[in-house]
Design a protein around this ligand. Structure first.
Ligand SMILES: [Zn+2]
Length: 168
């Protein structure tokens, strides 16, 4: 049921992703997540120094200037570090992970020269010694759901794409 907006609250305009070109999107984590939901790994490339900021930032992490453009980052690289997680978040527990079924969370040095963290699948989580630093990985987008609280305070679900990596 539609509720009257409270007079002290200003409704934010709804921006429809399909109607917005990448160049017009703000360089925020929210934009990054919206691109991920379209199965695109997008970063903010600094027009001044060339550094790719991933996740995107308004200000370049390298030269501190704010002259950005969107680039699609090729999702291939090498495993740089990882943890096998036995006591995970409630979110991961809900996906079926537990002390008996741990998951691997890693940082990947992408060939594009930036690093990003994500769930690493297709490895033997129960034998951490078998997971090798330097293993070639590629991005794999996992369809899932997330819960959120709507404006009326009700718990809702919506589709969400999660960044994962698998051996190349
Ligand atoms: Zn820069």
């Amino acid at each position: 049921m539609a509720q009257k907006p409270k007079p002290d609250k200003i409704e934010k305009p709804v921006v429809k992703p399909a109607a917005v070109k990448p160049a017009e999107r703000p360089f925020t984590v929210q934009s990054y997540v919206e691109f991920l939901n379209q199965k695109k790994l997008m970063g903010a490339k600094c027009k001044d120094c060339g550094h790719i900021n991933l996740p995107p930032r308004i200000v370049c992490a390298k030269c501190y200037k704010g002259n950005m453009e969107w680039v699609e980052v090729p999702g291939k690289g090498k495993l740089a570090s990882f943890s096998t997680i036995y006591i995970g978040s409630s979110f991961m527990n809900a996906k079926g992970y537990s002390p008996k079924k741990p998951y691997c969370f890693g940082t990947v040095d992408l060939d594009a020269g930036v690093s990003i963290s994500g769930h690493v699948k297709g490895v033997n989580e129960l034998d951490a010694d078998s997971i090798k630093i330097g293993t070639r990985l590629k991005v794999a987008y996992e369809d899932g759901k997330e819960t959120f609280i709507d404006r009326s305070g009700n718990k809702q679900e919506r589709p969400k794409v999660f960044l994962t990596f698998i051996p190349e």
